[in-house]
Design a protein around this ligand. Structure first.
Ligand code: TTP
Ligand code: CA
Ligand code: CA
Length: 634
């Protein structure tokens, strides 16, 4: 098994001392029958294959698909006057993300510039307007998010059983280990039986692998990069070193075939070209994904890893770009990965802590992180706006809160298409002045069926009032609205809907049992318990059918317990679900009371003078719409 020979590696070696030859030992494991026959070796699997697939000039491609433009036409996406995406034909003119639209057009007069969609107050959905202005509009990435989901879903459809992890808006990791192992056993069925004369039984090495034809399945990162490595140079390197072919290379080549098919499918069906990197782990897959772009895939074999990593400036590596990279560079006065290979693990851990074993391994091409699909449930959803013109009068907040509310409403609606039971339990408002820490307020989010812009912005307005207090003037440069604690309703939407159908107006039941609450629902972030947890059951009571409200002290009992049917045997779960709904509804009752009060107080606290125009406007928008929304339902 030949790693790059020491003399070749030496040519690239810039370090002070020579690295030990076994720095990359881990790259040449002996692959045995146990390895090919085991199902779950996890990140230590010597046949592990991971890909990172990234869309080319993604936002530009999205707009090109939406508008049906010729992909060969130079095109950019702009946000205000800046470029955020540049397609490959435009890159040929030397246009980059750094340029302003005006300068890009100088370089290429026929350049098509599309402005990213924006939210505009009064519009439920983002759109492409003629009068975009950062002073009144907010950028919307919703369309790109949706296209991104389409691509991810196509990955999933084409790779049942393969683990897929969305890594950013336009890229995903794919773990090919499992599907590739199946293919290997299918193609080379003789591997499924340990030969009778195998010296170590199942721990015997596999027979030599078949030759691989790398042509047409991607670019191989060369084992020995040459000075002249242009396109032709690399063509020549394809298929080299056949004597060093391993079963892991077979695995890589099968993953490359699968990746190629998926990428072609995405291109023909959705119109997006992508670029992929295929290697033994996430770190290396990501690193080599940009080896050749656009519309191509690159394969980094184990044997090519040392010479690929050694000359890399380590501060270019994502995790080493920050303080740690700076510290390493300063401590040892070095710049490349190869330079750092001379530092022993003990030394590194002494200077940079126990956890630096992770850096030590990364430099050696080892990355044990898993490809793991993030939960389909989003934990939070944030809409944020940097204000080109700071808000100075508190009354100016409403415009932006409505715009942010529109974004949250749409994003929740989109997410509910995939998971209909998603429910935001908390809403948080952050208002920031310059670089100071944001002031925040949060509240329970009411259980209303239609989470509309009106509902969200009414609550946002209330939180805004809490944040700004009685201040006559403020200075806010960034405002954010977030849903947090997004969960799927516990007992499922069905039982809740069923409950509503059979019980009619829960609000009426609650109202009957109720007196006014008086505390404020919003709390500062980090102030401890969340509003909803204020309702708690005392011990020794039947908490399965009732709860005691922490605000008003009332016991709220599940109405007509006996009527809950038990057709499907899920009565208990359904009951718990209904009780949970009841709690939320009860909290919402207090919330609505607070809202009504605060809107009223708005007028009465204006000290005899006639209410300001802003107050009038807010009253008009908050009171009828906000509260009515919560209580008019059913
Ligand atoms: P990238 O994948 O970094 O870039 P890209 O897809 O435009 O081009 P490439 O072919 O080189 O991958 O980012 C994906 C999208 O994210 C990009 O289309 C626009 C957006 N983006 C920004 O808005 N600002 C940024 O600074 C970067 C890096 C990306
Ligand atoms: Ca990209
Ligand atoms: Ca990307």
């Amino acid at each position: 098994m030949s790693l790059a020979s020491p003399s070749k590696a030496g040519a690239l070696w810039k370090g002070k001392e020579k690295a030990t030859d076994d720095a990359y030992d881990d790259l040449t494991p002996v692959i045995t029958y146990r390895h090919i026959l085991s199902q779950s070796l996890g990140v230590k699997d010597p046949l592990r294959v991971v890909a990172l697939c990234d869309s080319d000039a993604f936002y530009a491609a999205c707009e090109q698909v939406r508008l049906g433009l010729d992909p060969n036409v130079p095109m950019v996406v702009q946000q205000w006057e800046a470029l955020i995406a540049v397609n490959y034909p435009a890159r040929k003119f030397g246009i980059s993300r750094m340029d302003r639209v005006k300068d890009a057009k100088k370089r290429c007069p026929e350049l098509i510039a599309v402005h990213v969609a924006t939210y505009k107050e009064g519009q439920k959905e983002p759109g492409y307007w003629d009068d975009v202005d950062s002073h009144t509009h907010k950028v919307s990435l919703d369309y790109y998010r949706r296209e991104s989901m389409k691509i991810i879903n196509m990955f999933k459809e084409n790779l049942p059983g393969g683990e897929i992890e969305k890594a950013s808006i336009d890229e995903a990791f794919i773990d090919f280990t499992r599907p590739v192992r199946e293919k290997i056993l299918e193609r080379y069925p003789y591997l499924a039986e340990v030969p009778h004369d195998a010296p170590n039984g199942i721990d015997s090495p596999l027979p030599p692998p078949p030759p691989i034809s790398w042509n047409a399945i991607g670019f191989l990162v060369p084992v020995t990069p040459s000075e002249s490595a242009g396109n032709e140079g690399e063509e020549l390197l394809r298929g080299e070193d056949d004597d060093s072919t391993t079963w892991h290379d077979v695995a890589l080549s099968i993953a490359a075939e699968l990746m190629d098919q998926i990428r072609k499918e995405v291109h023909t069906k959705l119109g997006y070209t992508t670029s992929a990197g295929i290697s033994r782990n996430k770190f290396l897959a990501k690193l080599c994904a940009s080896y050749k772009k656009p519309n191509s895939q690159s394969i980094l074999r184990n044997t090519a890893i040392p010479n690929y990593l050694r000359p890399l400036p380590f501060q270019k590596i994502r995790f080493l770009g920050g303080k740690l990279g700076d510290a390493l560079a300063k401590e040892y006065d070095v710049s490349t990965v190869g330079d750092l290979l001379t530092i022993s693990l003990e030394e590194m851990q002494r200077k940079f802590g126990e956890n630096s074993i992770w850096v030590y391994e990364l430099l050696r091409g080892i990355d044990r992180s898993e490809v793991k699909e993030k939960s389909a449930m989003f934990k939070s959803m944030l809409a944020s706006k940097n204000l080109p013109k700071p808000i100075t009068n508190p009354s100016e907040g409403h415009h932006w809160l409505r715009v942010l509310a529109a974004e949250l409403a749409l994003r929740l609606k989109d997410s509910r298409e995939a998971s209909p039971n998603l429910w935001p339990k908390t809403i948080v408002l952050h208002a920031r002045k310059g670089y100071e820490t944001a002031r925040s307020k949060q509240a329970s989010f009411p259980f209303v069926r239609d989470i509309t812009v009106d509902v969200i912005s009414a609550i946002a307005d209330k939180l805004w009032k809490e944040v700004t207090g009685d201040a006559k003037s403020v200075y806010v440069t960034n405002v954010q609205l977030a849903f947090t604690n997004i969960e799927a309703t516990e007992a499922g939407q069905q039982s809740i809907e069923g409950f509503f159908r059979s019980k009619g107006s829960i609000h009426q039941i609650l109202k009957r049992n109720h007196e006014e609450g008086d505390s404020t629902e919003g709390q500062s972030l980090g102030s401890g318990s969340k509003p909803r947890s204020k309702s708690s059951d005392p011990p020794n009571d039947d908490s399965s059918v009732s709860f005691v409200c922490g605000r008003c002290g009332k016991r709220v009992v599940l109405p007509d317990k006996g009527e809950q049917s038990d057709e499907d045997g899920g009565a208990e779960a359904r009951q718990a679900g209904v009780l949970a709904v009841l709690r939320m509804e009860h909290d919402d009752f207090h919330f609505a009371q607070d809202l009504a009060k605060s809107s009223g107080a708005d007028i009465s606290s204006s000290k005899g003078s006639s209410p300001s125009r802003a107050t009038k406007r807010r009253k008009k928008q908050v009171e009828p719409k906000g509260i009515a929304k919560f209580f008019r339902k059913k």
